[in-house]
Design a binder for this molecule. Structure first.
Ligand code: SF4
Length: 267
């Protein structure tokens, strides 16, 4: 694999200013990209189309899961400039951090590691306790807010495009994920270049390219988040059943990705 031209870039470019100051232009760009990506047959072509179309910093948030490792491989293959970052919540499995290190070595790139605000974490733990997220859904969401959502907002600030590894068949809540949509909250175009991939297609891509993956996947963890909030699943269970398993299905998102409704989906 050729060393990828991937680096962390901060600040707001002139192109990003145009997208931010004219949301209507951003919405139109998202509509066009949604159509374009649906007509392209490979991840690499879709990423190149994104790089060509977005006027400003295009950022990719990776959780180092299977989907994001595939997207990272695709990004490296394009040899184009993307800003790659991950959120370190302070509660990750050691295997997740090893996967981060292995990925940087494999692709010759640096992933920007974004941490939560230390004072916010101290206040949260002082109020709810070190495992307070198990007390209630509200307490769990407060922990995700401090350790994930606020750092995400900080990492996305100034970006014009945000690439994710969301897939429609990951869960019922993601069934209508479009290829591209205007994200009014973050004022950028949100891009999901493997939205239409099945699990079989994802696994075949990873095997074909020998993409480094978290060893926990082989131990029954299809979806990996923070260590105290993730368990292995049993055969036949939904692939996200191991996330916040003490909660019912409807509330199981951490706030990083709002659920698109059917009428909002372009695809
Ligand atoms: S997944 Fe669990 S430990 Fe991680 S931020 Fe959310 S509640 Fe906190």
């Amino acid at each position: 694999m050729t060393k990828a031209n991937v680096r962390a870039r901060a600040g707001r470019s002139a192109g990003a200013e145009a997208v931010h100051s004219e949301p209507a232009a951003g919405e139109e760009l998202a509509r066009q990209l949604d159509q374009t990506l649906s007509e392209l047959d490979s991840l690499e072509k879709r990423l190149l189309a994104i790089a060509d179309a977005i006027p400003g910093r295009v950022t990719f948030s990776t959780s180092l899961g299977l989907e994001d490792q595939a997207v990272l491989h695709g990004i490296a293959a394009t040899e184009r400039t993307f800003d790659v970052f991950t959120l370190d919540t302070g509660r990750h499995f050691p295997e997740t951090l090893e996967t981060l290190d292995a990925s940087e070595l494999r692709y010759g790139l640096k992933v920007r590691v974004v941490f939560p605000d230390a004072a916010d974490v101290e206040l949260l733990v002082a109020r709810d306790g070190i495992m307070g997220f198990r007390q209630s859904i509200e307490a769990r969401k407060a922990c995700c807010e401090v350790r994930k959502v606020r750092p995400l907002n900080k990492a996305l600030a100034g970006a014009a495009g945000w690439i994710t590894g969301l897939r429609r068949d990951q869960s019922s809540g993601r069934a209508h994920v479009p290829f591209a949509t205007w994200d009014g909250e973050h004022q950028l175009v949100k891009l999901n270049p493997i939205a239409d991939w099945s699990l079989e297609k994802l696994e075949a891509y990873i095997e074909e390219h020998a993409v480094p993956v978290n060893p926990l996947h082989a131990r029954g963890f299809p979806s990996i988040g923070c260590q105290p909030c993730t368990r292995a699943i049993r055969p036949g269970e939904d692939i996200r059943a191991g996330r916040w398993w003490w909660e019912n299905e409807d509330g199981k998102e951490c706030g990083l990705h709002n659920r698109p409704k059917p009428k909002e989906a372009h695809a």
